[in-house]
Design a protein. Structure first.
Length: 384
């Protein structure tokens, strides 16, 4: 430090600093000392506040002709990063606050532009999480999360055992997962034993191609949710067939049929469900099918699980309804992944919690037009 000054209102302090010329300058790129100076330059950088006073450092430093790098570089000053307009200690403080505050709030606190705050936080995140650790992966969970309206998705890959998000990719295509698998070494791919997911064909295609030894396990939650859509189609078709006097029983019953019966708590709703099941044999059978479908995932024996699946498909086809026939055919086509649950009793329930946390991160409005920054914030949130 060679000089300091404070303005009349004590809102800003300016300190002049220069390098200690007793020491040879060091290139910030390679860390090698050099005596060849290209030019001198000056920059003002922001430092941590002193109480309510903004502290600015007017730094004079050298540009070097580095023989090792074969280029012009800036000398290493330790005080600030060559490409940031704040000191390292202020940058570290901004990064820490961004863990618990929004970018906008941090920018307002330090009276900085929000883009500056985001860039500083992103710089630190890249250093810490830019290269995720793929060692020790054995069981994966794969799911997608909607990031905005219009079918815009991110694919999320979770280390099932540690709960750590190891990959976030744009879209939900086969090539999205392929990009992740290409980042793994051949040994890391061989070590993966099972992948739990929904019955989304692009994901299945990618796993079969890149992880031929891994067992694909289809998640109960997604299968039952898909069957819920079938139930609603059947409810609509049965409503159209019902006599005029009975149509009132169908109204408002959509979510009653999708709920577990023990979760239908209101007396009038329980009575409506009872009346509907007594009135319509098809819907009554469909509700039995819904309970039996969940039960398939409770078996530990592949043989018994297979028999339960066969029985379920036969009962579904006995109703001779187009939507049920199509769903039964879909289950038979994905039989292998349903039965694999007996060997690997895993599910994507853990990913539902992950997705909720990601949605919370998104709602905190970090300025996620920058998908890479959003991805790094997700890695940070689930780092163990």
């Amino acid at each position: 430090m060679v000089k300091q000054a404070v303005n009349d209102t004590a809102t800003k302090a300016l300190i002049d600093v220069v390098p200690d010329r007793r020491f040879q300058p060091v290139c910030h790129l390679c860390g090698k000392a050099t005596s060849s100076v290209h030019s001198w330059t000056q920059r003002e950088v922001r430092d941590l506040n002193l109480a309510s006073t903004q502290v600015w450092l007017r730094c004079e430093y050298r540009k070097l002709l580095c023989a090792h790098c074969q280029r012009i570089s800036i000398e290493e000053l330790e005080l600030f990063h060559p490409y940031l307009r704040v000191t390292r200690r202020l940058a570290a403080e901004i990064h820490q606050l961004c863990k618990v505050m929004t970018v906008t709030d941090v920018a307002r606190h330090f009276q900085l532009d929000w883009k500056t705050v985001k860039d500083i936080d992103k710089h630190y995140l890249e250093a810490q999480y830019g290269q995720p650790d793929y060692n020790g992966l054995r069981i994966l969970a794969v799911d997608e999360i909607s990031i905005r309206k219009g079918h815009s998705y991110l694919t999320v890959v979770l280390d099932y055992q540690s709960g750590r998000v190891v990959y976030v990719g744009r879209h939900r295509k086969a090539k999205t997962l392929n990009r992740f698998f290409k980042q793994l070494t051949a040994q890391q791919r061989k070590a993966i034993e099972a992948v739990v997911m929904d019955m989304w064909d692009p994901y299945i295609k990618a796993v079969k191609k890149k992880l031929p030894r891994a067992q694909i396990v289809f998640d109960q939650f997604h299968v039952v949710a898909a069957f819920g859509r079938v139930i609603d189609k059947i409810r609509n078709s049965e409503y159209r067939k019902a006599a005029k006097d009975n149509k009132a029983v169908f109204k408002g019953a959509k979510y009653l049929l999708l709920k577990n019966r023990r979760n239908v708590r209101r007396k009038k709703h329980r009575q409506q469900l009872k009346d509907l099941l007594a009135l319509n044999e098809v819907i009554n059978t469909v509700m039995i099918l819904k309970d039996q479908l969940k039960h398939i995932w409770s078996y530990k024996s592949r043989t018994w699980a297979g028999k339960a699946l066969d029985h379920w498909c036969a009962l579904a086809r006995s109703l001779n309804h187009r939507a049920l026939n199509k769903f039964a055919k879909m289950l038979e086509r994905h039989r292998y992944g349903i039965l694999n649950h007996c060997d690997y009793p895993i599910h994507t329930g853990v990913l539902e919690g992950v997705n909720n946390k990601i949605k919370l991160i998104k709602r905190k409005a970090y300025g996620f037009h920058d998908i890479r920054y959003f991805t790094l914030k997700i890695y940070q949130a689930f780092y163990n």
